[in-house]
Design a binder for this molecule. Structure first.
Ligand SMILES: [Zn+2]
Length: 202
């Protein structure tokens, strides 16, 4: 079964669970996922490696939570329905790359360091309180955005190493066609910028 078949079966079919998350077991997902995770040296949850958010238009890597469950990929049903099989392969490789690089953990650590940096800088400045707060806040927000964008570029690059650059390009092109991220966000650059970065990095 392809991802589109699986989405149709679990999201659009008679077993539709409304807006609730649908947890997929290893026997529900294509074998290619186990093969890709294995090649990328990423271990996914032994029971439910993927969960589908039926009406969501996005994808996210969910890192292992201590004592509760292993790494998972949350896939938006609305995104998967619009995507080609090749683009979906790119999405899965991109999310696996986030897990491989431990981007969540690094972002968390980075936020703490950026917060400390912002506070230190604010305290070191001999300016009114309000200016200190603004400078401190800018360091924190700028630090977080910079790290998050770098994680996205890195995940695209690593995904390209495992599934090929053309597959990742297809994913980004389809995102752009869907007008997924036309404007930069705090956590993500635009799809166009990601495409440019991917091309420039190879
Ligand atoms: Zn990402």
């Amino acid at each position: 079964m392809t991802w589109q078949d699986i989405i149709r079966l679990h999201v659009a079919g008679p077993t539709r669970h409304g807006g609730e998350l649908v947890e997929l077991t290893w026997s529900d997902v294509p074998e290619s996922l186990a093969e890709l995770a294995d090649r990328m040296n990423v271990s996914l949850d032994s029971q439910f490696p993927v969960e589908i958010a039926p009406s969501w238009r996005g994808a996210r890597a969910l890192p292992k939570l201590r004592g509760r469950r292993g790494n998972r990929i949350r896939l938006g049903g609305a995104l998967a329905e619009d995507f080609s099989a090749e683009a979906l392969e790119g999405v899965l490789a991109h999310e696996l790359a986030h897990l491989k690089c431990r981007h969540w953990e690094l972002l968390l650590l980075g936020c703490v360091l950026a917060a400390l940096g912002g506070v230190s800088l604010g305290l070191a400045l001999h300016v009114p309180e309000v200016v200190r707060s603004v400078v401190g806040g800018l360091v924190l927000v700028g630090g977080f955005a910079g790290m998050s964008w770098a994680s996205e570029f890195e995940a695209d690059g690593i995904a390209a190493r495992y599934v090929g650059r053309s597959t990742v390009r297809t994913m980004l092109r389809e995102l752009r066609l869907l007008r997924f991220r036309r404007w930069p966000e705090l956590t993500h650059p635009t799809d166009t910028l990601r495409l440019k970065y991917l091309d420039a990095a190879h």
